[in-house]
Design a protein around this ligand. Structure first.
Ligand SMILES: [Mg+2]
Length: 227
């Protein structure tokens, strides 16, 4: 019987693209003041550069604008991006699904990778502490403990006081979100939100137990005891 459902954060509970847009809006505002340039133009340029490649977007932006910079300056902009309080919200199906789980006395948690400051700001923006029993930011355990490392799942099991075979993990990234089922008997659900990881390959070929497109599909799996 399922006693706990644990979620990934980015592209599972909210749109990572919305987060990236929010970060670029923040940077566009900052740079428009510094260089007296049009904020909307800088934002559009950032989005265009990102669509071409997600690598070194700030370097390429400054190159395009003809602004000279140092590595230290790029790091400062990256820090600004990661520390900004993003304008993001849960996907529409998240809060109804959490209500559904709470009615069934099923505990809920989050295990998320990513830079700790950035993840904490995302969690703050969506007021995650009001909705989840336990939240683990793997970066706070150390860079080596990002998924697919099993440590966060071991800690979550202990904190929620459940067994591995009573846990379900819902994520979107084939490179690291479903591999855990080859380590522990945790059931894994892939939610395909058409996010940044949609085209990636499965780590060691380990696939999810179930593929869904909306969390309401998971409600049906629960109701029909398919999980
Ligand atoms: Mg994700």
């Amino acid at each position: 019987m399922v006693k706990a459902v644990i979620f990934d954060l980015d592209d599972t509970l909210f749109s990572e693209k919305k987060y990236i847009e929010s970060g670029y809006q923040h940077i566009a505002k900052l740079l428009s003041k510094r260089y007296e340039k049009d904020e909307a133009e800088i934002f559009e340029l950032l989005m265009e550069l990102f669509r071409n490649s997600p690598m070194n977007v700030f370097n390429r932006l400054l190159d395009t604008l003809g602004i000279s910079y140092t590595n230290k300056y790029i790091i400062e902009l990256v820090e600004e991006y990661r520390n900004h309080l993003p304008n993001i919200e849960f996907y529409n199906d998240v809060l109804p699904f959490l209500e559904f789980l709470k009615k069934r006395k099923i505990k809920v948690g989050i295990i998320t990778d990513g830079y700790a400051n950035a993840q904490r700001q995302k969690l703050k923006s969506v007021k995650a502490v009001n909705h989840f029993d336990e939240i683990i930011v793997t970066d706070e355990l150390g860079r080596d403990f990002w998924k697919p490392h099993p440590k966060a799942f071991e800690i979550m099991k202990h904190k929620l006081n459940v067994e591995f075979n009573e846990m379900v993990y819902v994520g979107d990234n084939p490179e690291k979100d479903f591999y855990i089922r080859s380590v522990y008997p945790i059931k894994t659900i892939r939610i395909n939100r058409n996010g940044v990881h949609a085209q990636k390959n499965y780590l060691n070929g380990v696939q999810e137990n179930h593929l869904i497109y909306l969390l309401s599909e998971l409600e049906s799996l629960f109701v029909n005891n398919f999980i």
